[in-house]
Write a protein that binds this ligand. Sequence first.
Ligand SMILES: [Zn+2]
Length: 1004
Amino acid sequence: MILALLGLPSLLAFAPSDTVYQGIEPRRVVPYVASTQARLRAQPAWQRFVAGEGAGWSARFDPLTGTATSASGPGLPMGMPTTRDGLDKAVRGFLGRHEDLLGVPLRELRLRNARNDARTGIAYVEYDRVVDGAPVWGGGVRATLKYGNLVLLNVDTYPQAPRLGAASIPAAEAVSVAMDEGPAPWADHGEASARLVLLPLPVANDVEWHLAWEVRTRTFDPPGKWVSFVDAQDGTLLHVYNEVRFLDGVVQGVHDTRTVDGRTSTSPMPLITVRPSSGSSVTADDAGAFSLGTNDGTVQLRGSWLTVNNEGGREGSLSFSGTTTPTFTTAAATEAEIDTWVFLHHVKAWAETYAPDAGIINEGFTSNVNLGDVCNAYYDGSVNFFQAGGGCNNSGRIADVAYHEWGHGLHYTSLLAGTFDGSVSEGIGDIVAAMQTLDSTVAPNFGTDGSAIREIGADRVYPDDVVNEVHEDGLIFAGAAWDVLGNLAATYGEGTDVKGRGWAVASQLLATAIQSGPTIPQSYDAYVVADDDDGNLGNGTPHLCELVDAFTRHGLGPSGGTALVSLDHASLGNQPADTPVALAGSLTNLAPACVSFTLARAEVVYSTDDGGSWDVAPLGVSGSGLSGAFGGFPAGTVVQYYLRAQGADGTEVQLPAGGTIAPYTFYVGDLQEIYCENFDGGDDGGYTHELLSGRNQEGADDWLVGTPGGMSGDPDAAFTGRRVWGNDLGGGNYNGAYQSDITNRLSSPPIDVSGHDQVIVQYRRWLNVEDGIYDVASVYANDEAVWTNHATNTRTGDEHTQDTDWVLHTLVLDGVGDSLTLGWEVDSDGGLEFGGWNVDSVCVYAVAAPVEAARVTDFVASDDDVERVTLSWTQPDDPGVTTAVVVRRDDRFGETRDDGEVVFVATDLTPGETIVAIDTFVGEGYYAVYTGDGSLFATGAVEGENADRGTGLETDAGADVDGGDLLVKQEGCGCATPTRTQGPGAAGWLAAALAGLLATRRRR
Ligand SMILES: [Zn+2]
């Protein structure tokens, strides 16, 4: 469904508007889906790395590019480089040894930045990934060193980036396009610059490649630091965002009662400059204390660090005489001037402890107050606050607003690497405010009705809550940082209303983490590196578990919000008949320092009767690996299965997690393809969809063909290729979930299945749907429901179907007629929606050879011959059944062609023909013949049909007879595997000669 953004300006409008356009960086959402991660983890480049130098390292992979977007582990010594050249050389040496991890040749990387921070012991070395001289926007490689050890590697090289040739429009023209077609065409644009980039523009959970000019311009009215992307080949304006950070967000909800109006307190005015009536000026100290030698003078809101400008009237100025405590009141200056002075010095004092090197502390800073606009504030290098009006209080009078805007400046001037990411910056603004106020509600009384700007205590989750609006998306990071504070306070036994040890640690982690310029998904790594105390991420960090917990709650952290201990297993495909099914898996613990899990037991649980009953087969366990075999199922069986692993402490993990609710399946036996469609051709496969009931609004019929975005439980990649059909695939303003109170259905085109009484439907399913008592997901065959999701009752109601992998779903359909139309439907109630259907690789099969018809019905093994047993039967009269295998056992009839000693094998037989073979054998044997097409064979022994007892009695005890030797009597052939001749050949003659005898020898 689409998420409604209350009160936001039209986000994508490029047209002039009375609200300053903000926009967001063209950054892709990178979801975390465990099964995709397991598949990417298995790739050879990564496996080679962890088998050698990278022992103990773990990684998160980008599902679109396949590269390790975040890899960390035990520190790898790089020497102790500190200079740009030294850092580059050390990291380049490492990358040269592991070029396959890059996905691209090392020569396609160009050094962008190498910085060492002696205070924190962290160094960053960044490379652009360059294609024909142009860097891939947002791409490249970053190496993070702590205490001289490589501890974190980010590889975003986009190996699939195309070569798009040269620019065909010049930079100057691109700048004109950016100015004229951008959000502020009427404004004066200065400071223009342009560089050529290869832009992976996010489109529908995929990327579209453009060679583009990245154009930067500056405007002052409206405030703008514009970053525009103009296609360098056709001059199209592709994307714009504004780096000026505005306060504006969603005014919502009345919360706390921290007031703005009427509440005053007398605070010192630190670092303010005092001009005496005679003599030279002095500057007050941090506590506002100064010494003049005279009691007369004037003070303006100017000092050694801050200058406050009153944009709404004359500058505040306080004349004093006969006092050593001159006090600003509204008689001397506006409240906004006085307040902003106090608030900004307050937050600066905080940062002096945790970010002493940040430029915002060490360079002069300006605050402009009482600007001629309302309900906002912004940071553009200075902080700027609007006057009261329009239902809002004067933003310069609210401490949280001052902290937030100043937080943007702290972010901007702290950067040693990475980017000034808009969403993270908004989150930083909010958490910087909350670190001062110890309140998760940001800026109460921003509205004159008491309303606040935002609430960071709510659990916003990546990527489901990403809406591509910087303030909303920033709440994901701010929420995680807020939970870090809460967890650390708990660790140190403090309340969250205390600025104690936990608060100090949280403050330091925040200030250090933001130096790396993370995006939202990189923020967890930034915290972990900040927390590390020994240049080794393989042994945890002092507060790792507090960080894991906090970030996991917001869809970040090592598991992207999913389980920290997961089973990995490549699900089984269809299996041959009567053959034990081997399977293997492994257990991944993504936070071994915080979650202890030792694999003690593992088993496969399976059903061959559509879930009516379940059997268990134990699997072997070795370290974190599990393997074994189960079954050996007859052809035609549909097997459902799931894996279950138990830790030493009894904790259980299942895969699929739903166990019997949504198991994996496979079909046993050979299938003949009638129809297969994976939606990766140029079209949609001819599938159609419709809303069957519910209000016909946008997104009610939300079936789409495209790349799934990993939201609301959806997959982050297709099973094959790039495209699937699914309910709301996510991305943009869509959250990936179906809507409430609707019924919609996807239908296949009619599939010709004429000539087949039975067909097998198999497709890859990734379904997330509420318990079937509430929301019903169905598969239809010609308008008849042939499958629905698991349902309980109103007392339970929480057994949802939540696939976390592309499950092979197998349905056996009888009597569907000549034409089959498949349908996938979701029928939702009024509450709780999930990601719905995702459908890929739809196939319809016929059983390759008719199993029952292939069985012999007249098999005879002789029991009156000497030292041999004569075997005879009529080959089933089915085209394709040209192979026969006879097995012998001495205890019972063999049940399959492998079950016993094989005494006869022949291929290329003629259906309907009589076959005679001789087994040189002394003793009593149980014989059975299995016929088939070479890969699919009949199974099961029925005495009098395909099984018979036979004896070869010994008459000469001294004779040298090789019991069990295979001897095939084919009149002059005697070969083990006779080659058939055309027409009435030798065997045909033999068959005719024996026909009468065989008729009399039948036992029944
Ligand atoms: Zn902001």
